[in-house]
Design a protein around this ligand. Structure first.
Ligand SMILES: Cc1ncc(COP(=O)(O)O)c(C=O)c1O
Length: 384
């Protein structure tokens, strides 16, 4: 069963396939009668912590919620600055504002590397900087070792926005294990997806304990703990939120986690075929072309057009002539209506160019060889 049935484009840029084992896991959960966060969520947290090799994994309702909690745990509050990329999904910066802080945007290195540029980060550190957030763009590891060293030197926290990244590694170590806290997304189009969901991962016992309280109204015990009679009272020790992940989604995520490495392997195969075919074409650049694909999660396949005026037309040709859906990862955050006025003096040349030239082409584990050939030929034709 896939989302592409019906009115969707012939070849979507992502597609979520729900297998029988996922349906069975969810059905079994529904039959159990316990639907809010409980034993399955706890089990999924343990499995995910083991998968990335971290001490703690705290399941939450979205990666945005995880980012909010991570920034709070890094001490971000009124008047504080957090350095983030603008070439990312809007949530990376928005969660800073939830805490009363100000996002300060750093540029990307250029068209071969769309992650955050450590040199620009360093230039933007002030005495108000509380944290730096690195996005592992498209599932390629950001330079988190360099950033960690930089953050340690300035006494500020490194947060990883690992929304794109389960399965990605740096120096043999899973991304998501370098920062004070790291945030994963299980949104529909992610490599490990369930619709809506997220995970905060940390090695820090206090960050883990505080995140657990904050995701559940600031309470000292949860509904499941009271139901299972581990405790029968609770206190509210600080202002918290309702950021819990429920049982059906935890069950589906556990089922999907079992297939994740296999699916990532197929994504990597497809990336290598794309790299070989597309890097020979005039008019575009394939970012990360020289990066070892074995360290990437294979979340999305970005290409950059040479001509910044051609993005819309190229996408229209691919859709109308070839039935191929594309997306843009990403419009620059500081150029959105909600940010534009406040950031009118900010110039991020590499980000701005990438936002005007990037096109995200279809990539998902069950994309067939035949479909991929159609995408490649469609691109060749649409460039003309
Ligand atoms: C880089 C990045 N950060 C954060 C998010 C927010 O994740 P969620 O939708 O789980 O809140 C996303 C995508 O959705 C993302 O791509």
């Amino acid at each position: 069963m896939t989302a592409a049935t019906g009115t969707f484009p012939e070849i979507p840029f992502f597609d979520l396939r729900v297998e029988e084992e996922d349906l069975e896991a969810v059905a079994e959960t529904l039959r159990s009668g316990w639907l809010t966060m409980g034993p399955r969520t706890e089990k999924f947290e343990a499995m995910f912590a083991e998968y990335v090799g971290a001490r703690h994994a705290v399941a939450v309702s979205s990666c945005t919620a995880a980012l909010h909690l991570a920034y709070l745990c890094a001490g971000v509050g009124e008047g504080d600055e957090v350095i983030v990329p603008a070439f990312t999904f809007a949530a990376t910066a928005a969660a800073v504002i939830y805490c009363g802080g100000t996002p300060v945007f750093a540029d990307i290195p250029g068209k071969h590397d769309l992650g955050i540029d450590p040199e620009d980060v360093e230039r933007k550190i002030t005495d108000r900087t509380k944290a730096v957030c690195a996005v592992h763009f498209a599932g390629y590891p950001a330079p988190v070792e360099t950033l960690r060293e930089l953050c340690d030197r300035h006494g500020i926290a490194l947060i990883e926005d690992a929304a794109h990244g389960p399965g990605a590694t740096l120096g043999g170590r899973a991304i998501g294990t370098f920062g004070l806290a790291s945030c994963f997304s299980f949104f529909s189009n992610k490599v490990l997806s369930v619709g809506e969901g997220g995970m905060l991962v940390t090695d820090d016992d206090e960050v883990a304990a505080r995140s657990r309280r904050l995701r559940s109204y600031g309470m000292t015990s949860g509904t499941w703990a009271r139901h299972s009679q581990a405790t029968n009272t609770y206190d509210v020790t600080e202002l918290g939120y309702n950021y819990k992940l429920d049982e059906p989604r935890s069950a589906m995520l556990m089922s999907r986690l079992g297939r994740l490495d296999r699916e990532i392997e197929r994504r990597r195969e497809l990336i290598m075929i794309y790299r070989r075919s597309l890097s020979e074409m005039d008019g575009l650049t394939v970012p990360y072309c020289d990066e070892d694909v074995a360290t990437a999660s294979g979340y999305v396949m970005p290409i950059l057009l040479d001509d910044p005026e051609f993005q819309r037309e190229f996408r229209t040709r691919l859709r109308e002539r070839h039935g191929v859906q594309t997306s843009v990862f990403y419009p620059a955050t500081h150029e959105f209506t909600a940010y534009r006025e406040l950031y009118r003096d900010v110039s991020l040349p590499n980000t701005e160019l990438a936002a005007r030239t990037e096109v995200t082409i279809p990539l998902f584990a069950h994309l067939t060889d035949e479909e991929q050939k159609r995408v490649i030929e469609g691109i060749r034709d649409s460039l003309r």
